[in-house]
Design a protein around this ligand. Sequence first.
Ligand SMILES: [Ca+2]
Ligand SMILES: [Ca+2]
Ligand SMILES: [Ca+2]
Ligand SMILES: [Ca+2]
Length: 292
Amino acid sequence: MKKILFSAFLIVSTIGYSQVGINTTTPSSAAVLHLVSLNAATGVYGGFMPPVVNLGQRALIPVTAVDDGLMIYLVDGTTRCVQMYNATSTNWVNMYCMPVAASAMYQDFELVPNTPELTYSASGGTFSTGTGPFPSGAPRFSDGSQGYQVSNSTVNVDFASVDTSTNTTVNLSFDLAAFSGTSGNGMDGTDVMTVFVSTDGVTWSSEVTVNGAGNSYWGFAGSAVASGVYDGNNVPTAYTAPGGGLLSGPNAYSKVTLTGLPISPTLFIRIELKNNSSNEIWVIDNVVLNLL
Ligand SMILES: [Ca+2]
Ligand SMILES: [Ca+2]
Ligand SMILES: [Ca+2]
Ligand SMILES: [Ca+2]
């Protein structure tokens, strides 16, 4: 009763022109409905709450051609969207949807993998364990006790397709190291790690590359990040390790990231590891696909 009286008190009418002000007795002359956040009587601030409906309730709104622009807030399952009615196409369109709860998929190459697992198949390569030889003492994994290594060959690590159609943001990250069998070997310009992306498993786009230079080698402790933003144009964001020998700190690309991956029912990711000497050993570990 109090609210009804209060609202009625604040309806301001002039001849031939009627406006409604909430928490104001002087609504803008440009507004037919003017909401002010602060209730001066209580000192409490408030917001504007659009009508909240689920899908079933939305279907019961008797929209017609004159309701173009009608607004609701749809809450159904994990969907939370401000929507507006489009009378031309006779459907509700999203103005903004809240991100769905973050989730992630993992591939850590452990005997008991972290879950949910981003499963993979590889055309070669093996699990990596232990340390070195070069960098001396450096673990050949970045988490757990195993990574995945490729030496003297070109190997595709192909991850199973992921349905990202309900996500708004999809990002990939993993750890990278380049081991050497001798102090004088390591990755050269033709030894390259490439992240490929596809939405059909047929046409692939090269997105990020890291290659060595002059027999460079490094472990997982480097601080340099080879980062790319997906654009699908098959021209990678390319990183070349500084000149040869042992690399560390900001000279060592021990992390690879690719952000803005496609929203698709079938997202395919491939990490290609290429080198051409038994003393050159690419190692990857801790692959994480973030689904936001
Ligand atoms: Ca691992
Ligand atoms: Ca080499
Ligand atoms: Ca590109
Ligand atoms: Ca080589």
